[in-house]
Design a protein around this ligand. Structure first.
Ligand SMILES: C[S@@+](CC[C@H](N)C(=O)[O-])C[C@H]1O[C@@H](n2cnc3c(N)ncnc32)[C@H](O)[C@@H]1O
Length: 240
């Protein structure tokens, strides 16, 4: 995480925070010449630090998610934008009857292979490369979506949720894992992450109501939101 935060992909956009606040737009494109995700495609070493940082960050929340939701009814669970598969591995280890599908961009999936094998999950986890903006997400009974929607503005988040909805089997569950923004503007760690997503990616953290509206507008019925000890919340929705 420390290496990721001090690498150009993060510190250059943050260095122009003033412009981001003045213009209301992420500075990543101006600072890096491309958007953050294209920057990682072009810089494999930095990308591998980012992926390992995501895995490290996910390890805090993984046990919470595996404990808070009963995955045993699902034959297949897809982790959409699942990076190195840390969250999916925890879910599969806690629920031995499930198969997992790790879905992410091609260069990330290539980097995840060795880690999945090392975890001894090669037989239970399929690795699928693709973009969540295209109709290539695998069909399944359940989807994990951790720290993806906060990377994107409402229009892009809507497009991602619609693609998952199109792929999902009837009655499928969507499990969004995010830090939920408090309603009243009180001090919160989530506010710093909100600024980070804004500067880097035109993303944002959202309140419970904003998640409910985003889900409802894309065919997902919110069932419940459960705050977890690690600081994330599990947002459970069902395909309508
Ligand atoms: C903030 S990371 C979250 C990773 C992981 N879900 C976690 O919580 O540790 C965002 C992930 O989205 C992936 N991603 C970005 N654009 C994508 C796209 N168009 N299609 C699929 N994955 C994408 C990135 O490669 C990265 O793994």
């Amino acid at each position: 995480m420390a290496i990721m935060l001090t690498a150009p992909g993060h510190w250059r956009p943050w260095g122009d925070l003033f412009t981001a606040v003045q213009t209301g737009r992420a500075t990543a494109h101006k600072a890096l010449g491309v958007n953050l995700w294209e920057h990682y495609v072009k810089n494999p070493e930095e990308s591998s630090h980012f992926d390992r940082a995501m895995g490290s960050f996910s390890s805090f929340a993984a046990a919470d998610v595996a404990r808070l939701h009963d995955f045993s009814a699902y034959a297949r669970v897809v982790d959409v934008g699942g990076s190195q598969g840390v969250l999916l591995a925890a879910v599969l280890q806690a629920h031995p009857s499930c198969r997992g599908i790790l879905f992410d961009l091609p260069h990330v999936i290539d980097g995840a292979r060795a880690r999945v094998e090392a975890e001894g999950l090669g037989q239970r986890m399929d690795l699928v490369a693709g973009s969540f903006f295209e109709p290539v997400i695998p069909a399944a009974e359940a989807y994990l979506l951790k720290h993806i929607l906060h990377d994107w503005d409402d229009a892009s988040s809507t497009a991602i949720l619609r693609q998952i909805h199109g792929a999902a089997l009837p009655g499928a569950r969507l499990l969004v894992v995010e830090m939920v923004m408090p309603d009243g503007g009180e001090p919160s760690r989530t506010a710093l992450l909100d600024l980070n997503m804004f500067v880097l990616a035109d993303g944002r953290e959202r309140t419970a109501r904003e998640y409910e509206e985003l889900l409802a507008s894309t065919g997902w019925a919110l069932e419940r939101i459960t705050p977890a000890p690690s600081g994330v919340s599990l947002i459970e929705a069902r395909k309508r």
